[in-house]
Design a protein. Structure first.
Length: 117
């Protein structure tokens, strides 16, 4: 069973910043594309950002220029730096791992991000 250790969620005011972290096993980290999805109340889950083993990244349009995904291969950890947070970024954020295209193969337990004044 694949396990992720997620951290970094919380409550922040609009315009603030948070950094999410997700540690995975080395086997997963060196083979799978890592990513972050989110799900807001009443909405479908959406891909926020992804990063390949080679370091290629992609983002949903709504977070481009504000969020940055990165990976530390020495720590088997993927990060999501979130700046200039907006109330519409409020959601549960999930760390994911997948091979190829399509939906992820593995999901973390999720961490809540709430942006509110």
């Amino acid at each position: 069973q694949v396990q992720f250790v997620e951290s970094g969620g919380g409550l922040v005011q609009p315009g603030g910043s948070l950094r999410l972290s997700c540690a995975a096993s080395r086997t997963i980290f060196t083979i799978y594309t890592m990513g972050w999805y989110r799900q807001a109340p009443g909405k479908q889950r959406e891909l926020v950002a992804g990063i390949t083993t080679a370091g290629g990244t992609n983002y949903v349009n709504s977070v481009k220029g504000r969020f940055t995904i990165s990976r530390d291969n020495g720590k088997n950890t993927v990060y999501l730096q979130m700046n200039d947070l907006k109330p519409e970024d409020t959601a549960v954020y999930y760390c994911t791992a997948k091979l190829g295209s399509g939906i992820p193969d593995y999901w973390g337990q999720g961490t809540q991000v709430t942006v509110s004044s």
